[in-house]
Design a protein around this ligand. Structure first.
Ligand SMILES: *Cc1c(COP(=O)(O)O)cnc(C)c1O
Length: 490
């Protein structure tokens, strides 16, 4: 709507004002003085009150009192505009420039859209599987959807056995128990990760030893792992397991990591919570270690609202995992227990959601990759932005589109960019804060990639951008436009 079409002068009649409100249908028109400067907004209510006080349709707006209207200055942020609208209970605000002229009318519906980091994206089959569970009354932590989901997931990633669990965290916990991790043991884990990778080590009374990332994949550094294993050998305290995390949809460089772990005889747990659908040299991320885990939390590439999965080639381990995750009930007519168990199984309802989601995994991967490609191609001229690398052995899902501020760019910080996006209702986040920097793990040993910590540097410069597979192209372009506008300001 042209701003001129909304403008009206004091000598206009109430009838003209009502007709203009009706024609323009924005709920408000703008009263200007003779020189075109904005005076106040006029609504239906203002005219109604004039008539109740005795004005007729042929009277002029000249009778209208002067009033302070809510306005915005050019360059306002979406958040400022929304806060004003909320505070005053209105749905439109004129933008008035420095010379006092109204240059735009901002409508709530045009600016209140939030763009979130990563939101659930349901397909078309989930409700059918859930409905089937209701019809057959399989409302339990076991049932046909659980069995089918395990089989379908195992096929999808090329694993021999899969165990559906209540969360990715539960899957890591069970994996550690299966490998015999207990009190006082050491377990190595990537430092650049979410706390859920490390917490289960502590559940078992064991001690995390944190390993830096390498710059090519951002995942565990073979150089740092080798140092840590050599130091552990000297101290006669080899770890009971190494948890290798694959971040943001990209596999770690598995060959050199596995070679080292083999050499020292230490089993590997792959935390592929963020990398379902990714491959390393053509093989599914999550299927390289003795045990691998996936997560179906609400923000992951496919979701069951909450859930996890353990995969392995070893049938005995899979059977043991199911046993431990269903309260460790020994075979007996009564309840008989010889070890401590857990209530960690996935429900038959949620496994139905998972079966539906698995059918669209390929589409979700393609959509997330397309989001990343659009950011990268549209912003290729911004010298201060760099993108998470994708080594030639990796096919990343780009679960999250992650960039860093270039090292030589001192004038821009990741927190400034994140704040600028937040002011425009766009959710962005820093890269994971490494576990060795977390107060709760500050006493843990940490091994760096080189002479400086790579993960500290990625945390200092990294930004995760909105990456959902359900983002429209218009939404991605809105983020791109904001980053460009921000770039012009610096
Ligand atoms: C999400 C996540 C987990 C935990 O999975 P939940 O299903 O939320 O328990 C573990 N590790 C990493 C790297 C994750 O991103």
């Amino acid at each position: 709507m042209e701003i001129l079409e909304l403008s009206i002068l004091r000598h206009a009649t109430l009838r003209e004002a009502l007709a203009q409100l009706d024609r323009t249908a924005q709920g408000v028109i703008l009263l200007n003085d003779e020189s075109g400067r904005f005076e106040r907004t006029i609504t239906d209510g203002d005219l109604r009150r004039m008539m109740l006080q005795g004005a007729s349709l042929d009277d002029q707006l000249a009778e209208l009192a002067h009033a302070e209207s809510v306005t915005l200055a050019p360059g306002f942020t979406r958040r400022q505009a929304l806060e004003k609208m909320q505070k005053h209970g209105i749905n439109q605000v004129p933008v008035v420039d420095a010379s006092g002229r109204a240059v735009d009318l901002v409508l709530r519906a045009e600016i209140d859209e939030q763009i979130l980091l990563s939101t659930p994206h349901m397909g078309s089959a989930e409700l059918d599987f859930v409905g089937e569970a209701f019809r057959t009354n399989w409302i339990a932590p076991l049932g046909p959807n659980v069995d089918a989901f395990e089989g379908e997931m195992a096929d999808a990633v090329g694993a021999s056995h899969a165990v559906a669990l209540s969360s990715g965290t539960a899957a890591i916990h069970i994996a550690l128990i299966l490998l015999g991790v207990g009190h006082g043991d050491a377990v190595f884990c990537s430092s650049l990760t979410f706390a859920a990778s490390v917490n289960p080590i502590v559940y078992q009374g064991a001690e995390p030893v944190l390993i830096d990332s390498e710059p090519d994949s951002w995942n565990m550094s073979p150089v740092a792992l080798e140092r840590a294993l050599a130091a552990a050998t000297r101290a006669n305290r080899l770890p009971k397991a190494v948890i290798i995390v694959s971040l943001y949809g990209q596999s770690a460089d598995m060959d050199p990591l596995l070679e080292l772990c083999d050499h020292y005889g230490v089993p590997v747990i792959e935390d592929a919570a963020e990398s379902l659908g990714a491959t390393y040299k053509g093989k599914s991320s999550g299927t390289f270690g003795k045990l691998g885990i996936y997560s179906f939390n609400g923000n992951k590439i496919i979701t069951t609202s909450g859930g996890g999965l353990l995969v392995t080639e070893d049938k005995a381990l899979a059977d043991r995992a199911r046993f431990l995750a269903t309260q460790a009930r020994d075979p007996a007519p009564h309840y008989e227990h010889t070890v401590i168990g857990y209530n960690y199984r996935m429900s038959n309802i949620l496994a139905g959601v998972g079966r539906g989601q698995l059918r669209v995994l390929g589409e979700r991967v393609a959509a997330r990759r397309a989001v990343f490609d659009l950011y990268k191609s549209e912003l290729s001229d911004l010298g201060w932005l760099e993108w998470m690398p994708e080594p030639e052995w990796s096919v990343s899902t780009h679960w999250l589109s992650v960039c860093t501020i270039a090292k030589d760019c001192a004038r821009i910080s990741n927190s400034d960019v994140i704040a600028a996006l937040a002011a425009d209702l766009i959710e962005a986040r820093p890269v994971w804060k490494p576990m060795h920097m977390q107060p709760v793990f500050s006493a843990c040993d940490y091994y760096e990639h080189g002479n400086a910590s790579v993960s500290d540097d990625l945390f200092a410069r990294g930004i995760c951008l909105p990456s959902g597979s359900n983002m429209t192209e218009g939404q991605v372009l809105r983020v791109i436009e904001r980053l460009r506008a921000y770039s012009r300001l610096c």
